[in-house]
Design a protein around this ligand. Sequence first.
Ligand code: DQA
Length: 151
Amino acid sequence: MARILVIHGPNLNLLGRKEREIYGSDTLAEINRQLSEVARQHAVELEFFQSNHEGAIIDKIQEAMETARAGILINPGGFTHYSIAIRDALSAVALPTVEVHLSNVHAREEFRGRSVIAPVCIGQVGGFGKQSYVLGLLGLLKHLERDAATM
Ligand code: DQA
């Protein structure tokens, strides 16, 4: 069974309690529950990881190579806009990765419109609240299916 790593970056542990007008009222646990349901329907396994620390996220990405994860779904939070180190880690492990955002980062402050992570991802989904995660996961699964078919 394919195993996918789901990474939630800084401050996403506060979901449902902070800036609900931007990020909605769902908690991270609810988002993870919904993703687990989609994963069950597609017979894949998810591993969830949340951290407020750049180094911990990098360690987790590196670990994904050794633990044979098929791909990564990541909401890098604020690190999206400047963490070259997270980008380098994703680039190094070279696993298919999808970047997701709850909010439409292009409709907010100008600095949010730039992602240093997106160029090393197969795609980016944003603006659909928790559905961004579901759509991102479905996109990643389709990509993996296509890859498997051409092997
Ligand atoms: C976010 C967008 C980022 O700009 C912000 O720093 C976050 C959340 C989103 O999911 O919309 O932490 O990644």
